[in-house]
Design a protein around this ligand. Structure first.
Ligand code: SF4
Length: 138
């Protein structure tokens, strides 16, 4: 679930698979239905990475901002904004990146959370047109 590519950055999967069926995309067939990883596991992994020296975590998912769509078992059901809120409280964690967010799942709660917490950085706006992506500074 966690991939450490440098002592300062940790990649953490928060969801797997995709329920959409965009033309020519093989992901739904190869990775199956979208499922979210329980929040307590994600937070545990993030804390572990920070304890080992990570300054930044990178949240991964095909539709990362659709976090909370489906969980297995009786895991607590929270959405992406709430997950970000909880992660942002981790001391010594300076930056939270994520990809790929889907425009369809942008809502007011997410936009407000993103605007008020300086720790968040969106790596790219995938699933969008190139005209949108060219304004990304990252
Ligand atoms: S949302 Fe992304 S991963 Fe899902 S089918 Fe479309 S392009 Fe593929």
């Amino acid at each position: 679930m966690i991939l450490e590519v440098s002592p300062y950055k940790a990649f953490i999967n928060i969801s797997i698979g995709c329920d959409k069926s965009c033309t020519f995309c093989i992901v739904p067939k190869t990775r199956g239905d979208e499922i979210s990883i329980p929040a307590d596991l994600i937070i545990q992994e993030a804390k572990r990475a920070v304890d080992k020296g990570a300054k930044e975590i990178f949240l991964l998912g095909q539709n990362v901002n659709n976090y909370g769509r489906r969980f297995s078992g009786d895991n607590e059901k929270i959405n992406f904004s709430e997950l970000l809120r909880r992660l942002s409280k981790i001391e010594k964690l300076h930056r939270i990146r994520f990809t790929s967010p889907h425009p369809f799942h942008m809502d007011d709660e997410f936009i407000e959370e993103f605007a008020k917490t300086l720790k968040y950085v969106n790596q790219c706006i995938c699933h969008s047109k190139v005209e949108v992506q060219k304004y990304s500074k990252l």
